[in-house]
Ligand binder design. Structure first.
Ligand SMILES: *Cc1c(COP(=O)(O)O)cnc(C)c1O
Ligand SMILES: [Zn+2]
Length: 435
């Protein structure tokens, strides 16, 4: 669609500027956001138009900041349009009757970052960039490396050196120029911001950030469409920079604004790990100052100590009557295990954060039992196996014959679990579930 984009606008002072690869306001250094011509979009973007579109986030391209209208010209790995699962078994355990899980663990590189990067890469190509780059907490590196490959761009990913193996291999396999840095994500980000000043590279989350971040709106669009064209009552999302939470909400507001779904109040709740919870702390202290922290959490994909969109996430949580929860490493692991055991979805530590926060909100009554609630599971557990390896119940291997099986798993296991000697922590519980 022509004329759908009107330009960039400063989120702080409202100053407008043309569409360009830049991310901060020249007047006040505030962050820039893409502005759309909703009147125009409203005429074209109907439910039918969307339903005939591709089975990917590009079905919503009229509300995405890329110029091309031809799906064939878009670089895509069919990201998005991921399952929205009715989570009745998990809901039963938590006392929630109307619970859904949005499963972004099944995206092309196994996290929701494929949404933002797909948009960023296409925009970067339209700007004429030859290089695509990012500072990353892990998942972003995987996505940028994969999309850099399919876009035929030179790709550079920068990451903290101490990331999980699944993230290093998951990015390295696409053969980008991979730079590991001794430092936190915030250090890596600072380094890349300096490089971005001198090199003509598209840093997806720095100079392309206003376009990149728009990709997260599609999570909100899909939730609305998959619920039968309506907004849920409550969404629980993990927070790193805070961008995802703000954009899910923006997506739902846009659908209301152009008349695709009825006006409704949606509460937005945010989740972080206790070792890196600057946004949650601000919400709980009712302070609009986000104090940077030094991250120490197993939820490495959320380990941003100085979150760029922290203030905006704080504001939306407050405005919508949502909550914020910070959960411990132990709760994160229990959250991962609970989701796997009840719904068959293996999520990474960030998903464990979401499920653990959901459990807290349900048990405190912050989420009412019949509220239509969506929990956003944003990444895949195979990338953070380190976090749960120690929690897997395993007995010693046996010889491949029936006597050995009977001995080990019928008599012996029963005796051992009864006496607490079974190497599985809760052998009795496991056995009870099997018999
Ligand atoms: C990056 C990431 C997030 C959070 O993203 P922000 O937009 O920076 O808040 C959540 N979950 C996973 C798995 C991520 O990789
Ligand atoms: Zn400004």
């Amino acid at each position: 669609m022509k004329d759908k984009l009107t330009g960039l606008v400063c989120k702080e002072c409202g100053a407008q500027s043309p569409i360009a690869p830049r991310h901060y306001c020249e007047e006040c250094f505030g962050p820039l956001e893409v502005e759309y011509n909703y009147e125009r979009i409203r005429e074209v973007m109907t439910r039918e138009h969307i339903e005939y579109g591709p089975l990917s986030l590009w079905r919503y391209r009229d509300l995405l900041p890329v110029e091309t209208d031809q799906p064939d010209n878009i670089v895509s790995l069919q990201e998005g349009f991921t399952p929205l699962i009715r989570a009745s078994r998990l809901g039963r355990e938590l006392g929630l009757k109307n619970l859904f899980v949005k499963n972004d663990a099944v995206n092309p590189t196994y996290s929701f970052k494929d949404r933002v990067v797909a948009v960023a890469v296409n925009r970067a190509l339209e700007f004429g960039f030859k290089h695509i780059a990012c500072p990353s907490t892990g998942n972003l590196a995987c996505a940028v490396a994969a999309y850099g490959s399919v876009a035929g761009m030179k790709t550079l990913v920068f990451m903290p050196a101490d990331l999980e193996q699944g993230k290093i291999v998951g990015a390295g396999i696409y053969q980008p120029f991979l730079v590991r840095v001794n430092g936190s994500y915030d250090d890596v980000n600072r380094l890349c911001s300096e490089i971005a000043e001198t090199m003509n590279w598209a840093f997806v989350n720095i100079n392309i950030r206003p376009y990149y971040s728009e990709g997260s709106k599609t999570l909100g669009f899909e939730i609305a469409e998959q619920l039968g064209w309506r907004a849920p009552d409550h969404i629980v999302a993990p927070m790193a920079s805070g961008s995802l939470l703000t954009k899910i909400y923006k997506g739902l507001r846009e659908f209301m604004q152009i008349g695709l779904i009825p006006e409704a109040r949606v509460r937005m709740s945010g989740a972080q790990g206790q070792g890196c919870a600057p946004i949650v702390t601000a919400v709980q202290e009712n302070s609009d100052i986000i104090r940077p922290v030094k991250p120490d959490t197993i939820a490495k994909s959320l380990a941003i100590g100085n979150p760029a969109d922290g203030y905006y996430a704080w504001k939306i949580i407050k405005q919508t009557g949502g909550c914020a929860e910070a959960v411990s490493n132990g709760e994160i692991i229990e959250g991962i295990r609970l989701l796997a055991r009840t719904e068959g979805i293996f999520t990474e530590t960030a998903g464990g954060v979401t499920i653990a926060a959901l459990a807290r909100l349900a048990s405190s009554g912050a989420i009412a039992p019949d509220e239509l609630t969506v929990a956003c599971v944003t990444g895949n557990g195979l990338k953070t196996q380190e976090a749960v390896t120690g929690s897997i119940e395993m007995c010693d291997p046996i010889e491949p014959d029936i006597e050995a099986f009977d001995e080990a798993y019928i008599e012996d296991w029963m005796i051992r679990s009864a006496t607490g000697l079974c190497p599985t922590k809760n052998g009795t519980e496991v056995l009870a579930r099997w018999t």
